[in-house]
Design a protein around this ligand. Structure first.
Ligand SMILES: Cc1ncc(COP(=O)(O)O)c(C=O)c1O
Length: 402
């Protein structure tokens, strides 16, 4: 590598990472960034000419490729073309964007909603718009990276509490000086572990200490609640979250992020959040697909029920086969491996047997807690799930984990 003969910290960082990747590739332990050539219903995919069972997708309700959603996206292209050529505040807002935001607000039971170009950007911009240097933000230690980045960007005093530890949260709330603004942010379902936040207690503590509450629902929309509306429905506590954040890239088969909440909050974000003011609007096909996807969730409620059944089968089956699936209760099912190497080897053997799973290693999870992060969707059939679990068992036995 030759960058004008520079030899500084930047080049060292680049070299270190690239060497790590090359070593993994040479040892046939690198399975990231594989091109998928066909999405056969989402539960099966074609990778390098081989059909594999897909157990790493966020298409929880199997909506990817849904005929109604595809038709809406195609109609939007025919009507508006492929781009918006502008930011929302200037010439970028289409009637479609407004319809999507109204649909999200209705789905989430709020007065209003705002959309951004990704879930990641939503967390960055919303946290850093709401908070400034004199404020406090309190986060669960396992919150998603985009929340952490938003907190750092805001300049607010950043306090973290041990994962799902409500005593620790209360302790943090007590540390905030009287009169200071404070925002508590939690994931509803944790993206690496699949467990659910102790929501009733978080709400109680936010009320007691007069803190704002923001919840990232990336992995609970379509997953939690009888009709898939998310964590408030799951606990029968409608209307208690101040800032309801979510993505359009998981259950919703599109891309983008949103916040739903009170009209005043959303109007403020529309005029103050930099990712809305300085970044182009969602493409028409994406906005149309996302809008119809929310409608499909409500029109086809069996999907949520089947996801629950499939998740239960997957979690119970892996436990019965001797794996540690940690505290998951949802469609995200970690298979604890321990070292990064064990997780890589589990992936290699599973993929060689046509089960598409991927490893999560440090720093995404603490060292020693590397895992397969498997997911199951509505579109998997019970027999397929059994076969996939048998392959994972075979892998576990082959490397001496079981
Ligand atoms: C909890 C959580 N929040 C936010 C995001 C970012 O969403 P997006 O992929 O739509 O940018 C993710 C994505 O993995 C996530 O898991």
């Amino acid at each position: 590598m030759d960058f004008n003969e520079v030899d500084d910290a930047v080049i060292q960082r680049i070299r270190a990472m690239n060497e790590r990747v090359e070593q993994a590739q040479e040892a046939d332990l690198y399975y990231y960034n594989q091109p998928i050539s066909e999405l056969r219903g989402g539960a099966r995919v074609l990778v390098r000419g081989r059909e594999m069972g897909m157990y790493a997708s966020y298409s929880y309700l199997g909506l990817i490729g849904h005929p109604r959603i595809n038709a809406a996206a195609k109609a939007a292209v025919d009507r508006y073309g492929t781009g918006t050529h502008g930011v929302r505040s200037l010439a970028g807002t289409l009637t479609l964007h407004r319809e999507l935001e109204e649909t999200i607000a209705a789905f989430k039971g709020t007065e209003s909603a705002i959309t951004y170009s990704s879930g990641y950007v939503t967390n960055l911009t919303v946290v850093s718009t709401l908070l400034g240097r004199n404020d406090y933000v309190i986060c669960d230690k396992l919150n998603h990276a985009s929340i952490v980045d938003g907190c750092l960007m805001s300049g607010a005093k950043f306090l973290r509490f041990n994962h799902n530890d409500m005593q620790a949260l209360e302790h943090r709330l007590q540390q905030v000086p009287a009169g200071s603004a404070k925002l508590v942010i939690v994931d509803s379902v944790f993206s690496m572990d699949g467990d659910i936040i102790n929501f009733p207690k978080v709400v109680e503590l936010c009320r007691k200490y007069k803190a704002w509450l923001m919840v990232d629902e990336a992995h609970s929309v379509g997953v939690l609640g009888k009709t898939g509306r998310g964590i408030e429905e799951h606990f029968g506590m409608e209307g208690v979250i101040d800032v309801k954040m979510g993505t359009l890239s998981k259950t919703i088969p599109a891309v983008g992020g949103y916040v739903a909440g009170k009209k005043d909050l959303i109007e403020y974000l529309r005029h103050a959040s930099r990712a809305y003011i300085f970044s182009a609007a969602l493409p028409p096909a994406v906005a149309a697909a996302a809008k119809v996807a929310f409608e499909v969730i409500l029109d086809e409620p069996w999907r949520v029920g089947k996801l629950c059944e499939n998740s239960k089968q997957f979690i119970d089956g892996l436990k019965q086969r001797g794996f540690d699936t940690m505290a998951t209760e949802t469609a995200i099912v970690p298979v604890l491996c321990g070292s990064d190497e064990m997780a890589y080897m589990m992936t290699r053997i599973s993929q060689h047997h046509d089960v598409f799973v991927l490893p999560v290693v440090s720093p995404a999870v603490p060292p020693g807690l590397a895992r397969l992060r498997a997911t199951v969707t509505t579109n998997h059939e019970p027999e397929e799930i059994e076969q996939a679990m048998d392959v994972i068992l075979l892998a576990g036995k082959e490397i001496g984990m079981i």
